[in-house]
Design a protein around this ligand. Structure first.
Ligand code: NAD
Length: 323
């Protein structure tokens, strides 16, 4: 077992909190940073039992303050930053561009400044399929040109650029993961979370954004973490970048399929009312298909199909939100 230290930004969020638990299992000491605008301390219930864990309640958009907090709390040299903090509400970022500038881009800029100041050599980043924009073809890591259609996607793409430049200047090694839609317990947002909240308010009908034909691949958070941690060990280039997603490139789930699954678990018989239109909201990419051949080349292959990931996540999130 190693006693390396990892800094996880967005540690109290959905994916960040699962990552903290997995890093503990690998023997890491973990320092978390989160301002709790969307994350919750309850997501860290397991982590807080661990002697090697500390959460710094800091806003990463405030650089000097955050740097000093990390410097003071670090038990020794930090091996890697896992940068998970970002705005996770794409529609909010379209309504107010400052949201993604501050929480998606500035958090990356400041995490890199912390890496530079504290001589942290490695950096892993939660990027997104949103960097590709609305592309008709199956998306591979070489698909381009990249023209995102949301401020969120734009600030993720800009973050990738900044990380690449930092590699030239002071970082030793980088991993960029372009996540698809990720689902599972501890969700703080997302379609399943939203639909269950709507059903808690009323069971008379379920409002679903768009016409229900939006169709995307969904990956369970447990499989995402397997992919990230395996890549961290096995991908040995200086700049490593991967799509992460389900195994089959045509595998996807429709919004209608998700709504029907949620209703069958939470409120059988409730009718659906679609708001209409191909997109759920401005900035939504209604359909995409992902090639994950590159990351599968490392020996990782998800076991769940997109529908199975949805099925499992609906049960998990319903158990959390309906109790
Ligand atoms: N969940 C998905 O489907 C998905 C898809 C693609 C990419 N991602 C990326 O994965 C990462 C994790 O996403 P998630 O789904 O866990 O979202 P999340 O909102 O649950 O987690 C993000 C965390 O970052 C924190 N945060 C935001 N701004 C901050 C700031 N200025 N300072 C400190 N903390 C801040 C939030 O409080 C939250 O706990 C994000 O970078 C997100 O963009 C997620």
């Amino acid at each position: 077992m190693t006693t390396r230290t990892a800094l996880v930004t967005g540690a109290a969020g959905f994916i960040g909190s699962h990552l903290v638990d997995r890093l503990h299992a690998q023997g890491y000491t973990v320092l978390g940073v989160d301002n709790l605008i969307r994350g919750h301390r309850r997501n860290l219930a397991e982590a807080e039992k661990h002697p090697g864990f500390r959460l710094l309640e800091e806003d990463l958009s405030q650089y000097p303050r955050c740097l000093e907090a990390v410097r003071a709390a670090a038990p020794g040299p930090i091996d890697i930053i896992w940068h998970m903090a970002a705005n996770s509400d794409i529609a909010a970022g379209v309504a107010d561009p400052d949201v993604d500038l501050t929480h998606t881009f500035l958090t990356t800029h400041n995490s890199l400044r912390i890496a530079r100041a504290l001589k942290i050599p490695r950096f892993a980043f939660a990027s997104s399929s949103a960097v590709y924009g609305d592309h008709p073809s199956v998306l591979t890591e070489d698909t381009g040109p990249l023209f995102p259609i949301s401020n969120y996607g734009a600030m993720k793409l800009a973050s990738e650029g900044l990380i690449s430049a930092a590699l030239e200047s002071f970082l030793e090694q980088v991993w960029i993961f372009r996540f698809p839609n990720v689902v599972g317990n501890r969700a703080t947002h997302g379609i399943i979370y939203d639909l269950i909240h709507k059903l808690k308010r009323t069971r008379a009908e379920l409002e679903v954004l768009g016409d229900g034909t939006q169709s995307k691949p969904y990956l369970h958070v447990s499989e995402l973490l397997e992919a990230m941690l395996l890549s961290r060990e096995k991908a040995t280039q200086r700049l490593n970048y991967f799509n992460v997603g389900v195994a089959g490139q045509e595998d996807a789930t429709t919004v209608r399929g998700i709504a029907e699954r949620v209703i069958s678990v939470v409120s059988p018989g409730t009718p659906i009312r679609f708001t209409g239109g191909k997109k759920g909201w401005t900035g939504d990419v209604p359909k995409f298909r992902y090639s994950t051949a590159k990351i599968q080349g490392l020996g990782w292959k998800p076991q769940l199909t997109s529908d199975q990931a949805i099925e499992r996540a609906v049960r998990e999130i319903a158990a959390e939100l309906m109790s």
